[in-house]
Design a protein around this ligand. Structure first.
Ligand code: GLN
Length: 551
């Protein structure tokens, strides 16, 4: 084993999925991190997809991108927010990627004539992935997607059982998150589904060390004791985690539940976790402030937090640290096409990332509105592209558009065009410009000042470097196929928008801003992926601050 000292926590779910297994796992991680450990996390998901890049965001939520360019689901975003670390390609293991690797190995003769089987080949490869993902950690947490007993998840359950044989049972902690429903007609909590779920888990050879009982309301202690008695688990190890209004209070719920004593035993260390920054964040979030900022999120899929999870979380964190209430207004971009008046009364406008034609004219109008009425604007990826189109139109190019939206027969109007090497790959997976790329910010630009100030104050730590000429180098994650055609920079400038950051080779526009506006900043990147509740991204903070400084 590469990392002999690492300890492993495996989190599985029973009864139902979607009851907060990932947040529970991440909260345990946050507590261990607050005790001073290097903690990493990994999600094993039984989907046959190879990655999440082609999944529909409405069904599956936002597509999260790791620094090394893997398209994953939003769980990894939670992990990063709770643990303030960067996930990687090792942090996500989908069945599809395991099968793909095994089949490719088989096709190239890598199994030397052997029969290839779920056990030991699939399970063995999962164990290898877990080892790789934990190479740099003291404690590695693995969440298994879905619920125990699902056909497709079984090989993963077997893999985590086998893993204990490799590293020693004492170095593994199994946590099961089960749901106990309240039946209103009979006015009682029902433990039977949880008992059955634990029986299933036992049937696969795993007796959990911790059972987290999820309930709507705090449940009487007898409920946990009953589950413990019927499942052969010590009653101290069965704890209640009732619903709570904010996911960021789950770490406190976990602490209250008694899990800390078990974690302390597991790591053989009784030092108290330092939760002071979490406590400060919780206090700030709960407070009602004198000032409220009304931010409009102009988007295609409205009303679904999951679809723009990182963006809304970044806004919420920025508002809490800057001591304002956030009034987030979902604005359907298609409606803005017909009625730009919907933007009236907003203190700030965000145009997040997006793909395809639907609603895009509304987003362009939103950017134009922000420019004309001096409303703080934050453009994220597509939000930069529509800002450039809006500016070019103001600058006299009436038909300015993007090649993605197919409106222009003639390339001469495509202010936004497809990147070199991307043609023909439009509907394929894993082929976009993905993950971390550097940008060089112009000296004295607004973005250079924002990043620089945050780095000096240690508020933001992900790769900001001052350059000798006064510029600043930053690293942000990306997910796009199209880019600004620099042939049109004059028209864009005439419309009020200037380039403030380029890729190091100068070929790609990475940041733009409107110097005449109070705050009009857009980036080709997705800074929201690196925003943390305890360290909100400086662009979001400055945007929310500007929105709060109403004219
Ligand atoms: N559709 C645009 C592109 O591919 C923007 C992508 C995004 O917003 N993530 O370039």
């Amino acid at each position: 084993m590469k990392n002999k000292k690492c300890k492993y926590i495996f989190v599985t779910g029973g009864v139902l999925s979607g009851v907060g297994k990932g947040i529970t796992a991440a909260s345990i991680g946050a507590i261990l991190k607050a005790k001073g450990y290097r903690v990493t996390m990994q999600k094993c998901d039984p989907y046959l997809n190879v990655d999440a890049g082609l999944l529909n965001p409405v069904e599956h939520g936002e597509c999260f991108v790791t620094h090394d360019g893997v398209e994953t689901d939003l769980d990894l975003g939670h992990y990063e927010r709770f643990l303030d670390f960067e996930t990687s390609k090792y942090s996500i293991t989908l069945s599809g990627s395991i099968y793909k690797e095994l089949i490719e190995r088989e096709r190239s003769g890598g199994f030397h004539g052997k029969t290839v089987q779920l056990v030991p080949h699939f399970t063995g490869l999962v164990c290898e992935k877990i080892e790789k993902a934990s190479a740099e950690s003291d404690i590695h947490i693995v969440e298994i997607g879905g619920t125990v007993g699902d056909y497709e998840g079984l090989p993963f359950v077997e893999a985590i059982r086998l893993f204990a044989n490799k590293v020693g049972r004492r170095n593994c902690l199994y946590v099961s998150v089960v749901y106990v429903p309240f039946i209103h007609t009979s006015n009682e909590l029902k433990t039977k589904p949880a008992q059955n779920a634990l029986k299933d888990l036992r049937g696969f050879g795993i007796i959990p060390d911790v059972v987290c009982v999820r309930t709507e309301e705090p449940c009487p202690r007898e409920i946990c004791e009953k589950i413990a008695a019927f499942s052969g688990i010590s009653s101290d190890a069965v704890v209640n985690l009732p619903d709570i209004s904010s996911v960021y209070d789950v770490p406190f719920n976990v602490l209250k539940s008694g899990v800390l004593a078990i974690l302390n035993d597991f790591v053989d260390d009784t030092c108290e976790p330092d939760m002071s920054r979490w406590e400060e964040f919780s206090r700030r979030r709960a407070k009602e402030y004198a000032k409220t900022v009304r931010i409009g999120l102009v988007a295609k899929y409205v009303g679904n937090d999951d679809t723009y999870m990182c963006v809304t979380e970044a806004l919420k964190a920025a508002a809490a640290w800057d001591k304002v209430n956030l009034d987030l207004k979902w604005v359907n971009a298609e409606d803005v096409e017909k009625n730009v008046g919907l933007l009236k009364g907003l203190d700030g406008i965000v145009v997040p990332g997006g793909f395809g034609t639907r609603g895009v004219e509304g987003k362009i109008r939103a950017a134009k509105y922000a420019l004309e009425y001096n409303i703080p604007y934050l453009g994220l990826c597509l939000g930069l592209q529509v800002a450039c189109i809006a500016a070019a139109r103001r600058g006299g190019m009436k038909d300015a558009n993007s090649e993605e939206f197919g409106a222009n027969e003639k390339d001469e109007n495509n202010v936004i065009y497809i990147m070199e090497g991307q043609k023909g790959k439009e509907s394929t997976g894993g082929t976009m410009r993905l993950g971390d790329y550097k940008a060089i910010l112009k000296p004295k630009s607004r973005v250079a000042k924002i990043y620089q100030k945050a780095a000096e104050k240690d508020e933001y730590v992900y790769g900001t470097e001052a350059l000798k000429d006064g510029g600043v180098e930053v690293v942000e994650r990306h997910r796009h196929r199209y880019e600004v055609n620099q042939k049109f920079l004059d028209e864009i400038r005439t419309g009020g928008v200037e380039v403030s950051g380029l890729s190091p080779d100068g070929k790609l526009v990475e940041f733009v801003e409107a110097p005449s506006c109070r705050f009009f900043v857009a980036t080709q990147a997705h800074p929201e992926f690196k925003s943390r509740p305890l360290h909100p991204h400086p662009l979001f903070r400055e945007f929310v601050k500007a929105a709060g400084n109403k004219k």
